[in-house]
Design a protein around this ligand. Structure first.
Ligand SMILES: *[C@@H]1O[C@H](CO)[C@@H](O)[C@H](O)[C@H]1NC(C)=O
Ligand SMILES: *[C@@H]1O[C@H](CO)[C@@H](O)[C@H](O)[C@H]1NC(C)=O
Length: 249
């Protein structure tokens, strides 16, 4: 009798976590979606060779802002504490993440909070349970529907990022502390591993952001934190803006 040999073919693309809340554009859990869901939101931007790279920041979905399919999937008062979460099929035992906003339709994204190490929470599985992260919505964000984005670098030098539309309401609580740094003066969200000449640490360290902004959540220290190498002076504008990945995997 012959045993059954199951050959598991490793895919070339291994990132595999995506923003779960707030539901990103074209995600299966986005209530405003009218098309087939995007099955690749878990994949890294630098996945699978030069012709399969996705466009930073939002895989092109930033153009859905203002469209019924791009309606807000969360409402957050400026200055409030909120949480976001991620889910997928592989947390890569951590990494470093940033969340932030664009108030100019994706032209620039500025950091709200940087999580240096242990993002995703390495010992908490593939979420969304156990993969909740708190942050403060910058108190001086203008009211309106803005782009929220999550970025993640794991120790395999993979970038993943998803964007969601979020409605920011005016900060009304009298005791809301002022923003530590004006939103317009916060650093832009960090971009690397996307053929822009900047590379994150590999295997033995988790990313320390060169410009983490005023709100930093430190990880668990399981890995040392290391700055990226290469030409990392710039930000989002340096990233790859080539063709979208589509279904070419
Ligand atoms: C969502 O993704 C699917 C699969 O890639 C695609 O067919 C569809 O056009 C996308 N929807 C939007 C609104 O871009
Ligand atoms: C994800 O975050 C949202 C908003 O905080 C929360 O309502 C939801 O319960 C979270 N999901 C899980 C599985 O914790």
């Amino acid at each position: 009798m012959f045993g059954i040999t199951i050959i598991i073919l490793a895919t070339l693309c291994t990132a595999h976590m995506q923003l779960n809340f707030p539901p990103p554009f074209n995600a299966s859990n986005n209530p405003h979606r009218t098309t087939r869901a995007d099955p690749y939101l878990q994949y890294p931007y630098n996945c699978c060779g030069p012709h399969d790279r996705w466009m930073y920041p939002c895989r092109g979905y930033e153009t859905l802002l203002g469209d019924p399919q791009g309606a807000a999937t969360a409402t957050w008062p400026a200055g409030s504490t909120q949480s976001w979460n991620i889910s997928g099929i592989g947390n890569h035992y951590g990494g470093s993440c940033q969340v932030g906003f664009s108030t100019n339709h994706g032209e620039t994204f500025r950091v709200a909070t940087s999580y240096e190490g242990n993002c995703p929470h390495r010992n908490n599985g593939n979420g969304p349970d156990g993969q909740n992260f708190d942050f403060t919505v910058p108190a001086d964000l203008p009211a309106g529907v803005h782009l929220f984005t999550w970025t993640w670098y794991n120790r395999e030098q993979e970038l993943n990022s998803n964007c969601a539309a979020v409605e920011i309401t005016a900060c009304i609580a009298a005791d809301t502390p002022p923003a530590p740094v004006a939103f317009a003066s916060r650093p832009e969200m960090f971009v690397a591993d996307d053929v822009n000449g900047c590379v994150t640490p590999h295997t033995t360290a988790e990313l320390r952001y060169p410009f983490p902004g005023p709100e930093v959540v430190t990880g668990d220290g399981a890995y040392p934190l290391q700055l990226p190498t290469g030409n990392c002076g710039g930000v989002g504008v340096q990233a790859y803006h080539g063709e979208t990945g589509e279904d070419g995997h």
